[in-house]
Design a protein around this ligand. Sequence first.
Ligand SMILES: [Fe+2]
Ligand SMILES: [Fe+2]
Length: 186
Amino acid sequence: MKKLYELVKAESLNWDAHENMPMFQCWNFHALPVIKNAVKFAKERGADAQVVEVAALFHEYGGYVDKCKHYKDHHIVGGERAEPILLAHGYSQDFVDKVKQCIFSHRASVICPKLTVEEICVSDADAVAHIENVFQMIMWMGQRGDSVEAANEFIKRKITKSYAKLSPQAKDYAKEKYEAILKILY
Ligand SMILES: [Fe+2]
Ligand SMILES: [Fe+2]
């Protein structure tokens, strides 16, 4: 597992550089919070914590590697790119298929009606991380060179979508912060 963390972390640093962010910004303020919450949710909900941890680790991998090229499809590309790596590290095809399904379902804009408990843990953790680390996202917009108007629009859309896709229990957990964020946006 340590090698997998190193591999994904290295790619996240390339993404930081691509987006004009200081090193480790994405890793510390998105990747790690998603992994931490996903594992916490998995334990609370009786999900397979190993599937959830590996999926959370790789959930943005497609974006890190391909940068903006596959931005809209990074949830699909990420799973496809993770598959041979995980197989080479000795994980079974069945395990890898479950991980891929979680990576595929993590997108805020993709609301699937029937998800496994593992998929919900990763999707909830991703959305909660957006809400809990909104300051990082606002910084990112600035670092990319976006205007105040564009950043405000982006953040509002992202946060609203993220909250909308949360499971009822995760909505309870994030409600207060979500409403506070909407109050400070234009
Ligand atoms: Fe994503
Ligand atoms: Fe994410």
